[in-house]
Design a protein around this ligand. Sequence first.
Ligand code: GTP
Ligand code: MG
Length: 201
Amino acid sequence: MIIKSSEFVVSNSDVAKCPNSKLPEYAFIGRSNVGKSSLINMLTARKSLAKTSGRPGKTQLINHFLINKDWHLVDLPGYGYARVSKSIKKTFQKFITQYFEQREQMLCAFVLIDSRHNPQPIDLEFMQWLGEHGIPFCIIFTKADKLKPNALTRNVETYKEKMLEIWEEMPVHFITSSTSDLGREEVLKYIEDLNTQFISN
Ligand code: GTP
Ligand code: MG
């Protein structure tokens, strides 16, 4: 898919105020600092469309971006950031869960996993929650550039094994790097196919 245009639409903490449109949308979710905002910039080939930071906790709202005037990418706050207060954590959690429960046009959640780490309970639990709520999701392994090819393959294999303890199948997954554009075409193609299915339904 060719990205012809990408524009910021709105930020908010209230799902009811998200764009009132039926356009298909795709949300990026995962631990703080995993690379959600960077991936949105990589996919759209825009350096700073979504705000990124070396410090976790940068994205604090639901951010909608309109792509090619006919679908949305959604940047969400990360979960599992230890340094925010308990009440902020609760607020984040509440609007993230409300977002997933209420946005029917959200066709696929991309759950981002740092390819360097072992499977973490918080991510596994979050995917379990998505599954229990019937919310479709894929996995995106991020920061692949930070690992040697062998270590990357090993970590993805370990992740698959862990997932298969819980799930019947490994969900669709992608390996990406926001610095080298690895995985860009694959993720965009996946979105394009879902957009096409959505239109024909
Ligand atoms: P929050 O908004 O805090 O939840 O974080 P986020 O998941 O949006 O992460 P963000 O995109 O802000 O990136 C966090 C840090 O990781 C930044 O310093 C990025 O430059 C770095 N980063 C993200 N993706 C990659 C990648 O693919 N490769 C490398 N080397 N660094 C990355
Ligand atoms: Mg972010």
